[in-house]
Design a protein around this ligand. Structure first.
Ligand code: ADP
Ligand code: MG
Length: 294
């Protein structure tokens, strides 16, 4: 490939809203056959909002919101922001400040609030701590997940006290972007740490058949490696700190310009406006740039 053609491609990319780390990236992009898409913040807006609150018998909604809001306030996760913001707005008072706090990536948060040990996160996170959901809360969680919601189970002092529903919206252009990737002969795959039902609901909405759900942050890169071991050339599109390792391992890492610095640093290429439709545009650009060279 001539350097001039590659440089011209890089310049054209900038016009399309694609920042390319180096001209060689276009060569890799041309060979890609599989595109792994992170869900939250990539296929969806990642601007989540708090929905229904389910409580265990004898527990008030206000307490569930106060304790969950307090521990989530300290986390930067999109789910945490939705819970903290929603809790502060609904309780109409300032949230207590946790005495200590731990963010467990891909699972949830725990902290000490007004002398109570609070957990908020996936049901699995509570189960790992020996806390089971009573049937009414487990049912509420299953129903919410089936509707595509992300759920946050809340416990304190060793007992499950509530389930919060959080919803995200699929970006307007995501379905079209997936259709364009397919038209280019690429295989779209959805990869997320979120629950299986919520992941499947988003996949259906945008037209993806292959879904890896409930994948812990450190396992995301392994999923990419497994696809590569099948002989695929893999592009990964992501926005989060938890996508950085997968972006680095992928043959081509595309990071959302609206995402975290860690993701942007790990990617080969940045979609400046965070518009997923620029992903197929980048592949088309690489093919066009290189076909004019050969
Ligand atoms: P994704 O792969 O969709 O970007 P993550 O790997 O960051 O998601 O998180 C996976 C799941 O773990 C989330 O969907 C959520 O259910 C749960 N989770 C992670 N962090 C938190 C948190 N701070 N509070 C509540 N739940 C969380
Ligand atoms: Mg994400």
């Amino acid at each position: 490939a001539t350097p001039t053609a590659l440089l011209a491609g890089t310049g054209r990319g900038a016009q399309l809203g694609i920042l390319i780390k180096g001209p060689e990236v276009l060569e890799t992009a041309r060979r890609v056959d599989t595109v792994v898409l992170d869900k939250t913040g990539t296929v969806t807006t990642g601007r989540m909002t708090l929905g229904r609150v389910h409580t265990a018998p004898g527990t008030s909604e206000a307490d569930v919101l106060r304790f969950a809001g307090a521990v989530e306030h300290a986390s930067a996760h999109p789910v945490a922001r939705a819970v903290a913001t929603g809790a502060a707005a609904r309780t109409g008072s300032a949230l207590p400040v946790p005495a200590d706090f731990t963010d467990v990536p891909g699972l949830g948060v725990r902290g000490s609030v007004e002398g109570h040990h609070v957990l908020a996160g996936r049901a699995q996170f509570l189960a790992d701590a020996g806390v089971a959901l009573p049937a009414p809360l487990a049912d509420a969680l299953t129903r919410a997940a089936a509707q595509g919601r992300t759920t946050v189970a809340v416990a304190w002092d060793g007992l499950a006290r509530g389930v919060l529903e959080v919803s995200d919206t699929v970006k307007e252009s995501s379905a079209e972007a997936v259709a364009e990737l397919r038209a280019l002969g690429l295989d779209p795959v959805l990869l997320t740490g979120d629950n299986r039902a919520a992941a499947d609901a988003v996949a259906r909405e945008v037209g993806i058949d292959t879904v890896f759900a409930e994948v812990l942050p450190e396992e995301k890169a392994q999923v990419v490696r497994r696809l590569q071991a099948e002989g695929r050339s893999v592009a990964m599109v992501g926005d989060g700190v938890n996508d950085a390792a997968a972006l680095a391992v992928a043959d081509l890492g595309l990071s959302m310009g609206t995402g975290t610095d860690a993701a942007i640093e790990a990617g080969d290429l940045t979609l400046v406006r965070g518009d997923l439709k620029v992903a197929p545009a980048a592949i088309r650009l690489s093919r066009r740039t290189l076909s004019t060279i050969r």
